[in-house]
Design a protein around this ligand. Structure first.
Ligand code: RB5
Length: 141
């Protein structure tokens, strides 16, 4: 189960991402926001982070205008490793090396086609499990 969260700056792209996940048959829980009305991105970062902390969802996708505010917020939560990705290379490496559990993107930065590829790469790439990467992840907390 993938937890989704966005603010008004990420709302449009999130609707596209949801349609893409539907097409792939990937289950998600949408924690909002549910319109383009102006909202505070930390609210949605916290909802997605909590769903992962509680084990309700394994991975999350967060989108705000730049992806920055929402990822900074998520990264302040214990056990959350949010990676702001604007390309597939980083999406792949952050799963392999950082075991990132949240993908953050900027709805005003990446277009839908690139976002779909970033999402697919993130969701389809497993953590390498290598000792040196796990050691470094353990050092984060
Ligand atoms: C909202 O205007 C914007 O500040 C927000 O979506 C995000 O880009 C913050 O980092």
């Amino acid at each position: 189960m993938v937890a989704l969260g966005c603010d008004h700056g990420g709302y449009a792209l999130m609707q596209e991402v949801k349609a893409h996940l539907d097409q792939r048959g990937i289950e998600y829980k949408d924690f909002g926001t549910y319109s383009t009305d102006s909202v505070d991105y930390p609210v949605y970062a916290h909802k997605v982070g909590k769903a992962i902390q509680d084990g309700e969802c394994e991975l999350g996708i967060l989108i705000c205008g730049t992806g920055i505010g929402i990822s900074i917020t998520a990264n302040k939560m214990k056990g959350i490793r949010a990676a702001l990705c604007e390309n597939c290379f980083c999406a792949e490496k952050t799963r392999e090396h950082n075991n990132a559990n949240v993908l953050a993107m900027g709805g005003r930065v990446v277009g839908p086609e690139l976002a779909f590829k970033i999402v697919d790469t993130f969701l389809d790439t497993p953590f390498s499990g290598e000792e040196r990467h796990q050691r470094r992840i353990d050092m984060m907390e």
